[in-house]
Design a protein around this ligand. Sequence first.
Ligand SMILES: *Cc1c(COP(=O)(O)O)cnc(C)c1O
Length: 361
Amino acid sequence: MDKKIYFTPGPSELYPSVPEHIENALADKVGVISHRSKRFQEIYAAATNNLNELLGLPNDYHVFFFGSATEIWERLLQNCVKSKSFHFVNGSFSKRFYEFSLGLKKDASKVNADFGKGFSVEEVKIPEDTEAICTTQNETSSGVSMPVEDIHKLRDKHPDKFIFVDAVSSLPFPDFDYNKIDAVFFSVQKCFGLPAGLGVGLFNKRCLERSEELESSGQYTGNYHSLNSLAEKAKVNQTPETPNVLNIYLLSKVTEDMLQKGIHTIREETREKAAIVYDYIEKSKNFTFAVKKAEHRSRTTIVANSEMSSVEVNQRLAEFDMAVGTGYGNYKEKQIRIANFPAHSFSQMQELVKNLKKICN
Ligand SMILES: *Cc1c(COP(=O)(O)O)cnc(C)c1O
């Protein structure tokens, strides 16, 4: 039996109520029900209504389900961009978003920032003819986050362009003004504390209209999950394919729990827990901030440079039944990444810091 507490940046710890929800799902045979049944429609409606309420989405927003966030990169570009997308690239995930656009034979351009750095958004020159600005609000590989106000400023400055936001490893923490963005998406194995295998995309009406327009002009928007096929089925609380019913069910339950707790409490706790970790890193003899600019430091995926190899940190942490994420790619040994998701409690975070202090000061 694995008794470890995982602070890995996704998959990560399950939200504390998930085991009970899984037991209930088995007892109620959720794994057996048809995706064309009334029971599924109720589950679908509960999940999407709860998300609407939790995030405070405007009325013209649609919630659609995908296989993963990786799929959503492709669907967004395929459905809402004719040829020109612009990307803020400062790590592995934002780079892949950009590469997906190139892969779809779009004319993608980008601005780069070094690993561990963010952007002075107002100074970035965005080509006039860009259709969509693609941002990664929380770059999970480096722990750099783009302040929500910076994303809102993009809309103020470029009202005609689509603003797409990858908030895969931060939602529901960022308090977006959804009137200033057009699409945002996440995967459930990050901050929603669920097993992997479900991506959730939130799209405004403008995205749907754009997709329809491109489709009628002859652009291929995909057979599997075109936005229009999703919207068509969503009208009756269904999906085009047989979806991950169990995970949609679990999402409906976890969002219910989150609503009960309250989004303000979840956000406040996230800030407080992040402060515990950052205070420790500042004083530590082994760790230093991987992100130099305080305003760019992520609250949900905290990255630190480590003198001790991350592999050794984890070997020693294992004695306390805990695990953190190693660094990403080239930084595997030199950095650690600590997930600070709603599933991680205040006392678990304190315990983690206490153990890190014992191990490497
Ligand atoms: C994890 C992650 C993804 C990819 O999510 P999948 O569920 O693996 O498709 C995309 N963007 C960011 C920022 C991520 O952290």
